[in-house]
Write a protein that binds this ligand. Sequence first.
Ligand code: FES
Length: 124
Amino acid sequence: MNEQHPQVPNWVSIGHISDIAPLGCRRVKRPEGVEGAEVAVFRANGDRIFAVLDKCPHKGGPLSQGMVFGETVACPLHNWNFSLSTGLVQSPDEGQVRTFQVKTQDQEIFLDRNELMLPDAQFV
Ligand code: FES
């Protein structure tokens, strides 16, 4: 995470779409000094990119290790299914994982530095 978006300074590059396997995930560290879990950046069907906190709201499972199908990820610990776009868990379970905005330009993926700076505690 280092290069800035050419037109929007607060957006930082975290790599290219091809860096993530189809239906795979890449973990991104938070900026130094920020208290929070890593961010799980997923490459879903159709090369759609989503970013969520890599910490399941149920019992902290690593969503980055979950199975992706469509635009959903299944937590590897107890199989709760989360929408990658809204963060909402599918019924009958209840909960929501924090999501992060994503921009892509010319196959490059950008996350919003301001969002990355917000500690997780503000979203509990
Ligand atoms: S920790 Fe994710 S479903 Fe339980």
